[in-house]
Design a protein around this ligand. Structure first.
Ligand SMILES: Cc1ncc(COP(=O)(O)O)c(C=O)c1O
Length: 367
């Protein structure tokens, strides 16, 4: 991608996006945009300070350079898809955010249900048409503190949520599949470093793995291994391998679906859906901590990756080596179709025009 393309992509995000922002009011520190904008409102939360929050354009408010998000990547996030007028698997994303917050001891100033409603308000401020897809980036940081790492010096969490239109992978990519690079030296750490099931802001390792695995190519994703050399995940997607054995067309039990265990990967929400769909089709799903990269290639193999942005994406080559026939396989194509149907099913999300009451009812929360 050229710098010109990168600038164009940024300008498009800026044109369409809205930003929800909520942070403590600290004299001389809280960005002026949040203090003075007519869109900013005071918020009493029972903490030892006032907060302000509101919905803005992207260039109206910034995060403080003293936020431990900027200084240390100290925060958690969710990436959520708006597809055909609904926030897909919204509840599941908010529940995972709740678990990430708990595991990192970052406190929300109000309930997860209230936060969900603020996200819905932000979506409504963008003004999506029914056919427009969108992306939500919801971030909760440990907040503003002094320049040291000590979390005890952070005053209270900062919350921000960017909602914008999104360009998904083109339809041809799902028909043709994509190629995956291989990050050989930079590995996915296990729970002893950062619990991979915490969706934290600390992505430097994944960024470096992506640089390594795609260097000199125009590939978009790269496979990461764990320290022992077993398959962990791609840099922002989970991995599945399909093994078809004789008679699989008549007996789905002859299809084995392997995906790495979440000791080494994010417990992806798309991954969970695919595990459910594969089991419902009668395939043998194996959560496998010992999947080797060499087992991803060769005849009768299929590979796909899953993620909120990518959906279910067939992989045709790994590090230049063909997977199966080098085209998306029949089991993958069937799973892609089932996943697309799931995305369009109103049972699996919340409509973007939801009222506050509908939002709380959807979450099973009280007003
Ligand atoms: C490291 C990593 N693995 C996997 C995924 C896919 O997870 P999900 O399906 O919840 O989007 C993501 C998504 O951002 C990710 O960052």
């Amino acid at each position: 991608m050229s710098k010109k393309d990168a600038i164009e992509a940024l300008v498009t995000v800026g044109r369409n996006a809205r930003l929800y922002c909520c942070m403590p009011v600290i004299e001389g520190i809280t960005p002026v945009g949040l203090m003075e904008s007519p869109a900013s409102e005071p918020l009493e939360t029972g903490e030892d300070f006032m907060r302000r929050h509101g919905i803005f354009r992207l260039n109206e408010v910034g995060i403080s350079p003293l936020d431990h998000d900027c200084l240390y990547g100290d925060g958690v996030f969710e990436g959520i898809l708006i597809y055909r007028g609904q926030v897909f698997l919204f509840r599941e994303h908010m529940e995972r955010l709740g678990r990430s917050l708990e595991k990192t001891s970052i406190e929300l100033p109000y309930s997860l249900a209230e936060l969900t409603w603020q996200v819905v308000r932000t979506i409504q401020a963008v003004g999506f048409s029914e056919s427009q897809n969108g992306y939500i980036r919801l971030v909760v940081t440990r907040g503003m503190g002094d320049l040291g790492i000590n979390p005890k010096k952070c005053v209270g969490s900062t919350i921000y949520c960017i909602v914008s239109t999104i360009k998904l992978y083109p339809t041809e990519a799902y028909e043709r599949g994509i190629q995956l690079g291989l990050s050989k030296t930079i590995r996915r750490p296990d729970q002893s470093t950062i619990d991979p099931t915490v969706k934290s802001l600390n992505y430097l390792n994944n960024v470096l793995a992506l640089i390594e695995g795609t260097r000199g190519t125009d590939l978009m994703e790269s496979l990461m291994l764990n320290r022992s050399g077993f398959v962990a995940e791609a840099t922002v997607d989970n991995i599945f391998v399909i093994e078809r054995s004789n008679g699989w067309e008549k007996d789905p039990a002859n299809v084995r679906v392997r995906t790495p265990s979440d000791e080494y990967c994010l417990n992806g929400i798309t991954r969970a859906t695919l595990i459910e769909l594969a089991r419902a089709k009668g395939y043998r799903v194996v959560i496998d901590p010992h999947l080797m990269p060499i087992e991803m290639v060769g005849p009768d193999r299929e590979v796909f990756m899953t993620g909120t942005g990518a959906g279910v994406m067939p992989i045709t080559h790994l590090h230049g080596v063909k997977v199966g026939d080098g085209v998306p396989g029949p089991v993958t194509r069937d799973l892609v179709k089932s996943y697309m149907e799931r995305m369009a099913d109103p049972k699996y999300g919340l409509g973007i025009k939801a009222t506050r009451k509908q939002t709380l009812d959807y979450l099973g929360a009280s007003a």
